[in-house]
Design a protein around this ligand. Structure first.
Ligand code: HEM
Ligand code: HEM
Length: 234
């Protein structure tokens, strides 16, 4: 092999468009939910609409974890403790480079999605000290609503902690391990050494995949629309 070969790279496709759109929309909307809850005055109505939209996005991602392209599927990236330990000990998969979340990263993806479910779920029943309340607040007693509101506030701090860990981990992989993760989450493509063997080729979204996308997006959109319609603002 010549020195030139060793340094040459090729591009492989890692993330489909729906995963990338989900990710960056989530980042913008979480920033919006924080601004409308903690920074701006009288913005709780906006906060609830943004929160319900985040709920729709997460619902979509859960369905996409079943119907999406190869790297988007939970069955492909959620691994047991054995695989996580092997990864931590630096053992590579024998059948080549795996594209997508690594076993440890997958754990943080699951944690982030679970925390988001709790955040949105509790928000639906939350209330503030004045007139604003989540769309399902009336379905529970005031004691329960108070408790869910405190979980909503506490869970937000947990979410912030995991987001900080997540961004730290991404920069560790990009800056220290020189992995092309950030470009992959933006463009969908990643650069890998030309001679790297892949576990299997990353799949592209084909016609059936786009049909699944439309169905998942329509279901998530309809649920979010219905919930948003129950938001009452004074
Ligand atoms: C509100 C803040 C954020 C949240 C809640 C969040 C959440 C997530 C989630 C849920 C995933 C999994 C994607 C999927 O499979 O659907 C992910 C992946 C990823 N995120 Fe974020 N993210 C946040 C901010 C950021 C920022 C600021 C960056 C860039 C600096 C970033 C870079 C990435 C990258 C590169 C991946 C792919 C990691 C991999 O290759 O395994 N994220 N993020
Ligand atoms: C991921 C999405 C969400 C995030 C990050 C988030 C974050 C927050 C935060 C940080 C607060 C505390 C503000 C304070 O300290 O006073 C808050 C309050 C609140 N949130 Fe959310 N929230 C989300 C989703 C929702 C949803 C879906 C709803 C309802 C539709 C909702 C309804 C409320 C209400 C009514 C309060 C007022 C509680 C109070 O200030 O006493 N949130 N949210």
């Amino acid at each position: 092999m010549t020195g030139n070969d060793r340094h040459s790279v090729r591009r492989v496709r890692v993330w489909d468009l729906p995963v990338r759109a989900f990710h960056w929309a989530l980042v913008v909307l979480i920033l919006g939910s924080w601004l409308t809850a903690e920074v701006l005055d009288d913005a709780l109505a906006w906060h609830m609409y943004i929160g319900v939209t985040i709920g729709g996005l997460v619902l979509f991602r859960l369905m996409w974890g079943i119907w999406g392209s190869d790297t988007a599927r939970f069955a492909q990236f959620v691994r047991g403790p054995g695989a996580i330990l092997d990864y931590l000990r630096g053992r590579r998969a024998l059948d080549g480079l795996r594209l997508g979340h690594n076993p440890l990263g997958a754990l943080s993806v699951v944690a982030l999605l679970a925390l988001l479910c709790v955040q949105v779920g509790t928000g639906l029943f939350a209330e503030d000290d004045a007139f604003s309340e989540g769309p399902f607040n009336e379905l529970v007693s005031s004691g329960t609503a108070e408790w869910l509101t405190s979980v909503h506030k506490l869970n937000f701090n947990l979410l912030l902690g995991f987001i900080a860990l997540h961004i730290g981990a991404v920069f560790y992989h990009v800056l220290i391990k020189h992995q092309d993760l950030l470009r992959a989450m933006i463009t969908g493509w990643m650069r890998i050494p030309a001679n790297a063997r892949l576990h299997r080729d990353a799949s592209r979204l084909r016609f059936g995949g786009w049909v699944a996308f439309i169905v998942a997006a329509a279901i998530a959109g309809a649920v979010a629309w219905w919930v948003a319609g129950r938001i009452v603002t004074l």
